[in-house]
Design a protein. Sequence first.
Length: 87
Amino acid sequence: MANFSAPSLDAPQVVSVNRGIVDACTEAGCMLLGSKTAEMPGIFTASGFDVTGFAVGVTERSSPLPHKDRMCVGDVIIGLPSSGLHS
């Protein structure tokens, strides 16, 4: 899911940003399930915009994480703390 916010929506810009997200998802082997847009005048500079999003992963019970057989020396795991659920 992706969210695009700008002071006023420029359709070609929104399409271009979403196309980039879709291309990145395709390259990563996942899909974009939805996208929202919002006009927020007074929040951003005239040419500014904000893109946020999130991803959800799934694994089979028969193949739980981590997949240690696919890990290599030098792989990096990045963990970020969460302050809880947000809406």
